[in-house]
Design a protein around this ligand. Structure first.
Ligand code: PMP
Length: 411
């Protein structure tokens, strides 16, 4: 049987596994920061009608430039943005890939401050862009001085900032964005996938766009809109940036069905975004509850919470408490997780980007064991590869109940 290794695949892809969190069939899935609420019935009907209206014309290619959808997205964003400032694609992952195709690529570099979104280095890998892992401080913070010093040292072609940051959940100080923008010689991409969940007072980089043609803000309908299955991400930037990504996008990359569904969803945004406040309440409840139990918890402006499994508590968690791992899925999909099998040096470095190099605190509890214990209690959370820490998505009140009660098993 032919295996992948028999093929003349690129050397830098040899030995890699596809990225992705385990998709396990468990009662409470809080591992991919989805919106737990299903699409409300009136919106289901509206999307259904919008899709039906497209079906007869599926013999034709869609609007290559998705103009109507981009106008709707600009209207949603406000800030005086127009269709010329906005570009859309199949998820913000595709947006960021297009940005790297246009502004990164062979001979160029992209820099991110880890731990951050683990797809950024993987998109760099896929586009032949050399990845530079810059550091955050031990508490996952990023000061103006540290950010500027690292950008100055490496002079990357593309800088990724993530605000609110995944996996920590904390929004960046706008002064960091401004300082990086002033220092960086190339493009600065601010990934705002979770912007709608930010705590009051948080400032979006959208406000900084005027007069900054090298700044790009990426957003998604996957989180606050509860539209992850619809696959719709977008960017806001100077119109010249939109022209740049149009050089590398595939023609007709956004299907007529995607465009129609996303437009119908945007037309019903009040109904869809109605879940945001409820999710923020659960987020704040998780933060407060875990802190009250003595866990260290990162401040969250997102729909998830990063917490230290041990904290100040004395945990007696033995390997024997661990549930068996679901083998097939686990073997297949664990890129970036700390439990990944050892890999050859160069590849390993690439894969671990996004995980912190920080040594666990003395007495820290093994997060992989805690992950399995929670899974055995029917709650799937995310091991992002940070020693001693796990990430949990904030969903419905019932899901929070289940998670917090499963956490009791760790004591
Ligand atoms: N950015 C961040 C920080 C994310 O966490 C995610 C999803 N996990 C994305 C971008 C990509 O989302 P999508 O492709 O669904 O828009």
């Amino acid at each position: 049987m032919t295996t992948l290794d028999d093929l003349p695949i690129r050397d830098d892809l040899r030995g890699l596994s596809p990225y992705g969190a385990p998709q396990l069939d468990v009662p409470v899935r809080l591992n991919t920061n989805e919106n737990s609420y299903p699409v409300p019935e009136p919106v289901v009907e509206a999307i259904g009608k919008a899709l039906a209206a497209e079906l007869r014309d599926l013999n034709r290619y869609p609007d290559r430039d998705a103009v109507a959808l981009r106008a709707d997205l600009a209207d949603y964003l406000g800030h005086g943005l127009t269709v010329d400032h906005v570009w859309a694609a199949n998820g913000s992952n595709e947006i960021q890939q297009q940005l790297l195709q246009a502004f990164g690529g062979p001979g160029r570099t992209a820099l991110g401050f880890t731990p951050a979104y683990s797809m950024h280095p993987l998109l760099a890998l896929g586009t032949g862009t050399a990845w530079i892992p810059a550091a955050r401080d031990a508490d996952f913070g990023l000061t103006v001085a540290d950010a500027v010093a690292q950008v100055r040292a490496h002079r990357p072609d593309v800088v990724f900032l993530c605000s609110p940051n995944n996996p920590t959940g904390t929004a960046l100080d706008p002064a960091v964005v401004a300082a990086v923008l002033a220092e960086a010689p190339g493009m600065v991409v601010v990934d705002e996938a979770y912007a709608e969940f930010a705590r009051p007072g948080t400032v979006s980089a959208l406000a900084v766009l005027p007069g900054h043609p090298r700044l790009v803000v990426t957003r998604t309908m996957s989180k606050a809109f509860g539209f992850a299955g619809g696959r719709l991400g977008y960017l806001a930037a100077d119109p010249a940036v939109v022209q740049a990504v149009q050089l590398v996008r595939l023609p007709y990359h956004l299907s007529a069905l995607t465009q129609a569904a996303a437009r119908a969803a945007l037309a019903h945004r009040d109904a869809l975004l109605g879940t945001v406040t409820a999710i923020m309440e659960q987020r704040d409840r998780i933060v407060a509850d875990l802190r009250a139990r003595g866990h260290r918890v990162a401040d969250s402006d997102a729909n998830f919470v990063l917490f230290e499994v041990g904290g100040d508590r004395q945990l007696r968690l033995g390997a024997s408490d661990a549930a068996p791992r679901p083998g097939a899925v686990d073997r297949q999909l664990r890129l970036g997780a700390s439990d990944a099998a050892p890999r050859p040096g160069a590849v390993d470095r690439q894969l671990r980007l996004g995980a912190s190099d920080a040594a666990p605190r003395p007495g820290a509890v093994d997060q992989a064991v805690a992950w399995r214990t929670l899974l055995a209690a029917g709650v799937l959370v995310r091991d992002v590869g940070l020693p001693g820490w796990l990430r949990v998505t904030a969903g419905t009140p019932a899901e929070t109940d289940a998670f917090l009660s499963a956490m009791e098993k760790l004591s």
